[in-house]
Design a protein around this ligand. Structure first.
Ligand SMILES: *Cc1c(COP(=O)(O)O)cnc(C)c1O
Length: 454
């Protein structure tokens, strides 16, 4: 056995699991409201309730209650796979020869393979409670569709998943997991919606995008009785549910008197990052503690580092509410040879505001450097990480190497959001050395940003 001052895995008991989610917005300046895409006036509660469950809408609009209790039913579901372990990366530290301490919060230990189940179960729970009989959603890489399939199976709710067509072709096994949990999986764009038919007419043979799939799922939800839509990232209620990650990490670290100096998360729509940093950021905003926060995004889809902080749509079809967020434009589709996940054009409004106000940093990394980090992590820590998570691993390693140079003994915490078992095509490209880095040109980004205003 390793004789270490802090155990390799810090487990919490079920009783130590948080009883309430932490709502970071209660400690922030008020955010710009969601806007109705037609009137451009702030969305009313009723308008949002036509799309989402009432429980989720109430949370989406709540920026005053610091804590929102987690219903017992959801806590019970959480105990199937939570609390998740906080791991001290002793072997990675050793391999790097760094004086830094590295910890990661490991969220890939459930069948859906990522942190997304934390919000999926909450969304299915509120739907069930309100008598909603079916949900629709979209999925790109597949993790969100899988998570919501599991949650809907548990609560006996019908689920239709619009899966980005290229992704459903590249990841047939993801689709099978969803179908096993009872979901109806439709490759998007499809002939089942007006928007899908329109897109297919304009772009025959298109492989689809997350933005198209969202449009299809929202169209079905808003035109079917007793049906609502669930989104796996970007929105503030999703961030709220993910705060369980940061709360658990904080409790576990405090048990051993450890305070992180740097907290790092990968950022697609911002939900795991927002959840991980929430309680720490709260302390920073209240002036109680100081931390460095780093969002890591892919160089091929750099919404924070190269996007604009403006109102934009969440989808290509322009039917979702407008959000003030860092965005590359709702028409932005990252290069097809980008296999590292995190492909969404926008960023959660909380994360966008925190970044805009200078409370956190953001950086972007190339996918080959991400997979180099993933490989080192797999060899040293024994876990095959998701490509998305590996963006955070990359920057954690870079920060630990800076400590090696300076001799500083910093404490680094990062979010390991999921497993890489369904991303073996991407690993294959990396191993075959056929993976290339794609960085959009300024003109490409300008063109996409220019379309925001129409
Ligand atoms: C979806 C996903 C992400 C990115 O989503 P966020 O909302 O930015 O957290 C990161 N890692 C994994 C494993 C995912 O499934």
């Amino acid at each position: 056995m390793l004789k270490q001052p802090i155990p390799t895995k810090i487990y919490l008991s079920e009783e130590e699991m948080p009883k309430a989610w932490y709502n970071l917005r209660a400690d922030m300046e008020k955010l710009p409201p969601l806007l109705n895409p037609k009137t451009r006036k702030p969305c009313t509660q009723e308008e949002l309730e036509a799309i989402f469950s009432k429980g989720c809408v109430a949370q989406e609009l709540n920026d005053t209650d610091r804590y929102i209790s987690i219903p017992d039913d959801i806590r019970d579901f959480y105990t199937m796979y939570r609390p998740s372990p906080l791991v001290r990366a002793y072997w990675l530290e050793k391999a790097l020869g760094t004086p830094a301490e590295i910890y990661y919060k490991s969220e890939g230990n459930n069948t859906s393979g990522s942190h997304k189940l934390n919000s999926a179960v909450a969304q299915a729970y509120y739907a069930k409670k309100e008598g909603i009989t079916s949900l629709t959603t979209e999925t790109g890489a597949g993790q969100w569709g899988t998570a919501l399939s599991m949650a809907c199976a548990f609560y006996n709710i019908d689920l239709t998943v619009y899966m980005v067509k290229v992704s459903s072709e590249q990841k047939p096994f993801r689709r099978e997991v969803m179908r096993t949990y009872g979901a109806n999986v439709i490759p998007s764009p499809s002939e089942t919606t007006n928007i899908g038919r329109e897109i297919l007419k304009k772009h025959p043979g298109t492989g689809g995008s997350l933005g198209c799939a969202i449009s299809e799922a929202v169209e079905v939800a808003t035109s079917t009785p007793n049906c609502r839509y669930g989104l796996g990232s970007v929105l503030n209620h999703v961030l709220l549910h993910q705060s369980v990650i940061g709360l658990e990490a904080k409790i576990a670290l405090e048990k051993y008197g450890v305070k992180p100096d740097i907290i790092i998360g990968c950022a697609g729509g911002g939900s795991n990052l927002g959840g991980l940093i929430a309680p720490f950021m709260g302390e920073k905003l209240r002036g109680e503690q100081d931390y460095r926060f780093i969002a890591v995004e892919p160089k091929s889809c750099p919404s924070l580092t190269r996007g604009k902080y403006v109102y934009d749509f969440g989808d290509t079809g322009r039917i979702t509410p407008l959000m003030k967020m860092y965005t590359l434009g709702h028409d932005f589709i990252p290069s097809a040879n980008h296999s590292g996940g995190l492909r969404y054009h926008g960023m959660n409004p909380v994360i966008s505001a925190l970044y805009d106000q200078g409370h956190m940093e953001a950086t972007s990394v190339e996918q080959t450097r991400v997979f180099e980090a993933a490989t080192l992590f797999a060899k040293t820590e024994g876990i095959l990480p998701a490509p998305e998570s590996s963006h955070a691993i990359r920057v954690a390693i870079d920060e630990a190497l800076k400590c090696k140079e300076s001799g500083e003994k910093k404490v680094i915490l990062f979010g390991l959001t999921g497993t890489g078992y369904f991303d073996l095509t991407a690993y294959k490209n990396f191993n075959d050395k056929t993976m290339v880095d794609y960085v959009p040109t300024d003109e490409e980004i300008e063109q996409s940003l220019a379309k925001i205003q129409d």
